[in-house]
Design a protein around this ligand. Structure first.
Ligand SMILES: [Zn+2]
Length: 180
């Protein structure tokens, strides 16, 4: 690529200069440099990465890992679950290459476990609703049966899970914690 100081060839940074009242060449250059610096600064900030995160990381990773911060050129990424932490570690070098190719001034990537609570509260609530809908103590869902240990009627879900009713299970847990 040859550098031609021709007005017809516009660099991406000359766009903003078009609207300004023709500054002197040196002024134009310094303004241009400022704009480049600003662009670089934006590129190395979390905001720019966050905006293009799905593109940069790819859909599966982007959905389960989040850029948390950029500090001293090091991008910290949080993974929602251990398996995604592994996936992220596996894709670390590639992701770093993609970030750099996209113009982000990232020196390195650090990966950490990130509690999904803060970023996917909605999904988390749905999870809890699912857990409750499957909860062994719900007679309306699982029905009722007689406990094998004490013979008392108890939620069938408890028997399916523990082989005995919740009372017997607690009694047994208490006994085993006392003896151990
Ligand atoms: Zn029982």
């Amino acid at each position: 690529m040859t550098m031609v100081p021709n007005k017809k060839l516009k660099s991406p940074y000359s766009k903003g200069l078009q609207n300004q009242s023709k500054p002197s060449n040196s002024k134009a250059l310094s303004t241009c440099l400022d704009q480049i610096k600003l662009a670089i600064k934006n590129q190395s900030s979390l905001g720019g990465i966050w905006e293009d995160w799905t593109e940069l990381a790819g859909k599966p990773l982007a959905a389960n890992c989040r850029p948390l911060k950029v500090s001293g050129g090091i991008l910290v990424i949080g993974a929602s679950h251990p398996q995604w932490l592994q996936a992220l570690k596996y894709n670390r070098t590639q992701l770093l290459g993609t970030l750099r190719a996209a113009g982000h001034k990232i020196k390195d990537i650090r990966i950490q476990q990130h509690h999904p609570d803060l970023i996917t509260r909605k999904e988390d609530t749905q999870d809890q609703e699912n857990i409750w809908s499957r909860h062994p103590s719900r007679i309306d869902v699982h029905g009722i049966a007689n406990c094998d240990s004490c013979g008392s009627p108890a939620p069938a879900g408890e028997m399916a899970l523990w082989g005995r009713c919740g009372f017997c299970r607690r009694k047994e847990l208490n006994q085993s914690s006392k003896t151990s």
